[in-house]
Design a protein around this ligand. Structure first.
Ligand SMILES: Nc1ncnc2c1ncn2[C@@H]1O[C@H](COP(=O)(O)OP(=O)(O)OP(=O)(O)O)[C@@H](O)[C@H]1O
Ligand SMILES: [Mg+2]
Length: 317
């Protein structure tokens, strides 16, 4: 089997505690996961579960206090500043907020050209590359002459994506890149991510708290809970037939547009909570199945027959 592009083994991250003699706060506990070349690994979990921290550890933005991060066969857990800079062509990032991630005082052309010029690309080659990039993210060529404030949130996120792609990375860490967008723009930008991946073979670690989003974009999904991976597997399996109770609860907590379905989910969540309490006091600890709440399309329910009907948009083809 081919080696994964990125491999995290038992990664531990601790933040310094606040206050006199405070103990460090361990935010990631021996997290292991891998991303293959050309693959999207979705990373989901509640707020505060450590998703961003893991992304930052991979990008070298927070110190890793245990375990290893290996990228393309090379240990990148602790790199010097120059080595990290050299790696920035291969590992890029797209953040959530398209309003603060672009320098407001510079034209889009300058924003996109800068990393190329720093990397030693000639001005004329950089200009040509920018025309190609704007075309790839479906923005008009004259966008290069304009300032970020002249664009909508969705368009700005396309600019941020173009910037991330400018040096043909092999991996992009995407931290909630569509969470600030309205639904229509979310779909468009997600489709753009997929289209780019199919064309270039780039891999994504796609961080989101939104299961509908993760299902659409991911090949595999990892579920993080309080700094531990509790479940990892095929995107369809994890988002429709999760084996871990935490994922089941996460799935049921995801809002759906239809109030009737929402009420059904609330009831299912209550049933799940009761089952959990019973199973903790009873002889077995087997997690209840999701059938009957319309997630797996199980029988004997007047709820929706498929995940799509339950308000979860289509999965990755
Ligand atoms: N710079 C920091 N210093 C101290 N603690 C931090 C720092 N950044 C994050 N934390 C803590 O680490 C934990 C994980 O935070 P993180 O931002 O990784 O969560 P997340 O899963 O990305 O959440 P969200 O979905 O809200 O973005 C939280 O308890 C948070 O308070
Ligand atoms: Mg986060």
């Amino acid at each position: 089997m081919t080696e994964p592009l990125l491999s995290c083994r038992d990664v531990v991250v601790e933040y310094p505690g606040t206050g006199f003699r405070a103990r460090p706060q361990r935010v990631l506990h021996e997290v292991s996961l891998s991303v293959r070349q050309g693959e999207t690994l979705g990373l989901v979990g509640e707020s505060g579960s450590g998703k961003t921290t893991l992304g930052r550890a991979i990008l070298g933005l927070v110190p890793v206090s245990g375990g290893t991060v290996v990228f393309a066969g090379r240990d990148i857990t602790r790199l010097g500043r120059q080595e990290r800079r050299d790696l920035s062509a291969a590992i890029q990032v797209v953040f959530q907020d398209p309003y603060s991630s672009l320098n407001p005082a510079r034209t889009v052309g300058d924003i996109l050209t800068e990393p190329l010029l720093v990397a030693g690309v000639s001005r004329s080659q950089a200009d040509q590359r920018i025309r190609d990039l704007l075309d790839q993210v479906h923005l008009p060529a004259d966008a290069a002459r304009r300032l970020p404030r002249e664009f909508s949130g969705g368009q700005r996120q396309r600019i941020a994506i173009a910037r991330a792609l400018s040096r043909s990375p092999r991996l992009v860490v995407c931290d909630e890149p569509v969470s600030a967008l309205d639904l229509t723009n979310q779909t468009r930008v997600l489709d753009l991510f997929i289209e780019i991946q199919e064309r270039t073979g780039v891999a994504y670690l796609f961080i989101t708290h939104d299961l509908a989003v993760v299902r659409r974009i991911s090949h595999r999904v990892a579920v993080l809970r309080r700094g531990d991976i509790v479940e990892i597997g095929d995107a369809r399996q994890v988002t429709t037939e999760p084996t871990h109770l935490y994922t089941q609860r996460l799935l049921l907590a995801a809002p759906v547009p239809d109030p009737r379905l929402q009420a059904e989910r609330r009831a299912a969540r209550r049933r799940l909570a009761e089952q959990v309490t019973r199973s903790q006091t009873g002889p077995t600890n087997r997690p209840p199945t999701m059938t009957g709440v319309g997630i797996t399309g199980g029988p004997a329910t007047d709820g929706p027959a498929t995940a799509a009907a339950a308000g979860v948009p289509g999965e990755r083809a």
